[in-house]
Design a protein. Structure first.
Ligand code: HEM
Length: 473
């Protein structure tokens, strides 16, 4: 729909020796004072609207059709918004709320106020870092199954690694959330429906810019209804199975049910349970799949980093398959994932709506204004990261970034509750697969980052798979 309105995006990429500047949108050079043009560009891709000066530490505002948009790009002010004045800025943007409400209802990702507080502690407990080791065997087994499938394809097999990683992480999160009760066909149906849901949702809520503070509901087209009906149907079936005592004991949904039985005041009915399960499922696989896909792209070009990763896996694990217990020793693998999350944060824009008037830096924020923290910009700000557009995982071996300058999992009370789960999963999957395969992006393939709900390579990432020789592995 309205595809004629989309604009081309100029992409830059440079590889010279060990200097690798991976693909990113060039600085925006449209004329100032043309908000409609900017909005059309943003509709195509939110990452292609930033000018060179936006990649500096500052807070500034723009107006689009009279609506105030405040862009916060300095650690001090990021802290102010997400932590110090969290209560005034905890509310997600109308775009985000409207885009996801049909699918997730009052699920944690888009709720605020009392509902958010109550559900947050619930979800925190369920995906808490102390529980992550319990999900290790699921991560290991599922990734091993992929190793076996890839091995059967032969040297040079062509796959779309974004689809492969989405399949892998969806399987891991669905086994973790639902137990083994979901089954392959239903897992695929849920993943496909999520993908089509994303593609059917527009990236801008025009109603908000036309003066509706709450934005306008998305148009529930027959295809959108079909996607949602399919997802809800499958998840409801799983919840009902668990309620009837047929579920897997250690799954996340079983924990939700137990919490409800212990604390009936939570009032988690079937719909609320489904909303939280769908939220964890959605938030828990898409982001990790994008991270792993970007990591394969980066390793495919930066052979010197790939070598360091292989050497580390050999040193830590020898010939046996990496396990969750190896993760703390896999420092290069962790650094690669952390640098990937810096360059390609799967959630590149954190969008909030101010509840009341406030002051951020020198900017007077109006009630209902859109406040944007853009990890994509922050992570590429020269005063915070040396050579900010370069791929240099070593920076994470040497030390930690300054507080609130590196926020791929957000920060403050709304920080991602799945941080440890996602980080551990990404490191472990990378180590298990890199031990056995080299992944190569064809030389003539132009990689283009595209930001919709998450940041993915446009059209996925075609690659060839190469089993590593016995001697090498
Ligand atoms: C590399 C992997 C991941 C990344 C980069 C990531 C990133 C994020 C970010 C940036 C947010 C905040 C969004 C915002 O404030 O607008 C978020 C929220 C959330 N994430 Fe993650 N995430 C990852 C993995 C996971 C996993 C594995 C789970 C569950 C097992 C999960 C569950 C959630 C939930 C439930 C929220 C909503 C929290 C709230 O609003 O209070 N995430 N994630």
């Amino acid at each position: 729909m309205l595809s004629w309105l989309t604009r081309p995006v100029a992409i830059k990429e440079k590889l010279a020796g060990r200097n690798f500047i991976p693909a990113h949108a060039d600085f925006y050079s449209g004329k100032n004072g043309r908000p409609i043009e900017l909005m059309l560009q943003a509709r195509t891709d939110f990452l292609s609207i930033w000018r060179k000066r936006d990649y500096t530490e500052r807070v500034h505002e723009i107006r689009v059709l009279g609506r105030q948009i405040v862009i916060v790009n300095s650690p001090e002010h990021v802290r102010y918004v997400v932590a110090k004045r969290h209560e005034n800025f905890e509310r997600k943007s109308p775009q985000m709320r409207r885009a996801l409400e049909y699918l997730l209802g009052d699920g944690l990702f888009i709720s605020d106020g009392e509902t958010w507080k109550q559900r947050r502690s619930l979800v925190n407990d369920i995906v808490h870092k102390n529980r992550v080791p319990a999900f290790g065997p699921v991560m290991e087994r599922t990734t091993q199954e992929l190793v076996e499938r890839w091995s059967s394809l032969g040297d040079g097999a062509e796959v779309n690694v974004l689809a492969e990683m989405a399949g892998l992480t969806a399987e891991i999160i669905s086994r973790s959330v639902f137990g083994n009760t979901l089954g392959r066909d239903s897992a695929d149906a849920v993943t496909d429906s999520f993908t089509s849901y994303q593609s059917l949702i527009d990236s801008i809520n025009i109603g908000y810019f036309l003066g509706f503070n709450e934005g306008l509901p998305v148009w529930r087209t027959p295809s959108l209804r079909r996607s949602v009906k399919r997802i809800h149907g499958i998840i409801d079936g799983v919840v009902e199975d668990h309620l009837a005592g047929r579920g897997d004991h250690d799954s996340m949904i079983q924990l939700l049910l137990r919490r409800q039985q212990k604390n009936p005041e939570l009032k988690l009915d079937l719909v609320a349970l489904r909303n939280e399960a769908a939220t964890i499922f959605m938030a828990g696989h898409e982001t990790t799949a994008a991270t792993l896909t970007w990591a394969w792209y980066l390793l495919s070009k930066a052979h010197w980093v790939e070598k360091a990763v292989h050497a580390e896996i050999a040193k830590v694990c020898g010939k046996r398959t990496p396990t969750i217990d190896d993760v703390p020793q896999l420092e290069w693998c962790r650094a690669v994932i952390e640098e990937t999350l810096r360059l390609y944060p799967p959630v590149p824009i954190l969008a909030r709506q101010a509840k009341e008037a406030d002051v951020v830096g020198d900017i007077k924020v109006e009630p209902a204004a859109l406040v944007l923290i853009v990890p994509w910009l922050l992570h590429r700000t020269g005063s915070l990261f040396e050579k900010p557009h370069h791929f240099r995982p070593e920076r994470f071996l040497k030390g930690r970034p300054a507080p609130y300058s590196y926020i791929p999992f957000a920060a403050g009370p709304r920080v991602c509750p799945g941080l440890q789960f996602g980080l551990t999963e990404a490191i472990l999957c990378l180590a298990i697969l890199a031990q056995k395969f080299k992944v190569r992006v064809p030389e003539d393939h132009a990689v283009e980052p595209q930001c919709r709900l998450t940041l993915r390579p446009k059209g996925g990432l075609p690659v060839t798979l190469h089993p590593r020789g016995r001697k090498e592995a």
